[in-house]
Design a protein. Sequence first.
Length: 307
Amino acid sequence: MCLAIIGVVAYHWQINFETTAIPVLSRFLYMGYLGVDVFLICSGFGLVFSYPLHSLKDFYRRRYIKILPLFALFQVLKLALTYYLGDNFSFGDVLCRFSTLSLFLDTSHITEWYINMLVWLYLLFPLIYRFVSSCGIWSVLLTACVSLSILYGFTVGGIMASILLRLPVFVMGVYFGIHHDDIKRLWAVSIVGLAIAFAGNMSGFYSLFTLNEITTMYWAGPFMTVFFALVLSVAGCRAGFMESIGRHTLEIYLANILANDFCLYYVKEVAGNIQAQIFYFLLTILLSVAFMFINRLLQSFLRVKCC
């Protein structure tokens, strides 16, 4: 989770400030978008252990207390920033943002789509858990086939394409959670996934799909399963600093989105300006610390009230 959030911040930095002075470094930073895949596979994995321990009501309560209050505050700040920058928004826009329906109704400029997606994955998790438990690895393949059918049949693009292509990654995380104690099985699945991805790439099959995002599912998904199998194989090795960052990925992610949106407005003509880039990182850090403090207070208050 720590590496994932660092990758996402680096990705936003690279695409917004056009850090192409060193081509190899630029390409490496661009690959930070894989951090979202790490988030999803870790989320699916972790939910497997939480779900059976609680009632359905308690499961939802615990999940949403962690993200919705801070997400609501984030939306208030984002709308305030939108108003300050002189952009208009309607009541419908506000309703879509706070309800996460913007994921389906207005995907043209929603930068926080990952959180919206996570809210709906939490809601559907009991069904996904039963699906994966019943179908095993076939659940991942079926999800991939459905996602591809929708993409190819309806020529879906943009944010919705990214969401559809990452559904198999989340399902794979659930599969890994269910079979976490069978390392040989997980390594076998990971290697087969990479082999299929490699064969499809070499055969030119993926060129049938004009969407660049297609690489997310066929490379990022299998790559992340190998990465996760490796992590489980060496489980027990810990690093305190990385764990601390990993526990606060939500706060850092939302802080980075706000910093990202703010910088997009103020540094349109100075993308290569080193001062602007320093400001981007400092604003991300300051907002992250503020969100960590606020979220801790919110969760403490809500746990007392809800319990």
